[in-house]
Ligand binder design. Sequence first.
Ligand SMILES: [Zn+2]
Length: 447
Amino acid sequence: MINIHIGIDDVDSINGGCTTHYAVLLAWELRRRGYLFTDYPNLVRLNPAVPWKTRGNGAVALRLSVPSESDVLDIWELARNTLEEYTGLFQDPKKQPGLILHTGDIPWEYKWLAEKALYDIIPLDLAQRVLMKHPETRVYNSRKRGLIGALSAIGYTMQNTDYTYELLAYRKQEYWGRERQVDEMSIIEVDRLYHGELILNYDYDAQRPLITPRGPDPVLLGLRGENPHILLEAFRKIVIHEPVEYIAIYRTNQHTDAHLHRVDSFCNLRPYMCVVVEGVVSSKPTRIPGGHVVFKLCSGECCIDVAVYEPTKKLRDVVEELVVGDRVEVMGCSRPPSSKHGLTLNLEKIRIVELVELVEYVNPKCPVCRSTMESMGRGKGYRCRKCGYRDPRAVKTPIIKPRKIKPGIYQPPPSAFKHLMKPIERIGREKTSFNGVEIEEFIVKLS
Ligand SMILES: [Zn+2]
């Protein structure tokens, strides 16, 4: 048997269509022909800060085991023809689709590149150079940027790293662009029924479902969770008033924080990097027009601005309670400096490591009548207005002000979550291994 890995990226289009939809069409045809999948389709989310990203910056890998070299040739031809049909259907000159087929074990360079593509910028020529070392890998168009995502999807195997699942349901083409006919009450019901097993499917604060995307793409809904069996069961309980063409269950790095790369110091931070880094607050957080909160954070010799945006709602209230000297760990992606601000980290989550004692100096109390004394001049002590008591040696009294926040991790509301962000509720539930495809119906054509 020959192991093959098909990487796909950047098949999205403003006219409809998307990478995962093309992947489903291809995967369905491969299943129909009886090929054996060694994994669920993988949906790999890459660096969300990449400036030219497609929505969500998601790439797909399909992994199969086939009997012979002639099957590899057939599959490669099918993948290319399907792509040409698909991109011809949704023509968009700005698109740079990437399609790669690799046979055999995955080279370490692919894995290395994939790790880096999660948190950093990968130049196209770097991906091209890596590919040149491996002539066994077939590449559809090596001059296109989609190559980077396609290669990264192949390289990010999630064999020993954390992952979750997403069940995506696709609409029939005549429904694309129309309002999605999914019963909201049934989404809430399912979310309650499988509490703890599903991830961020309903925002109870904003009272809106998070499973239905907006816009004209072919995805009807995406149900995210920890277990493929439960996703399938939950999906069957959702009331849908339009035909569903396909469902596919993906294994994905969504909600794993896989994009957060630990760095020791802000000195190592470049624009468009996603990091986790510890530092000391060096300016009092302030709320700026638009409702965003910003503060300065330093580690070692280097400082950056941290921005906490309006949609993160109550997370801003936590950050506003920070004072100079507090030690925190920030998680998020950076954007380049502009005329108005320096290198800025857009905050996703924050861990308060250590809070300084907030000491305030107040006028001393009169030992006789307990009222507050007043100063008799600099260095001249204090006197009591009420009873006349004087103390030339009295000084201001330090009092410790209670802090309104506690050490711990703080996150924004569900509506402000992006694909890769791990909810606090998942901490401690991370998966560490993958044992193969457990269910037959991971890809189904329904109508
Ligand atoms: Zn007094």
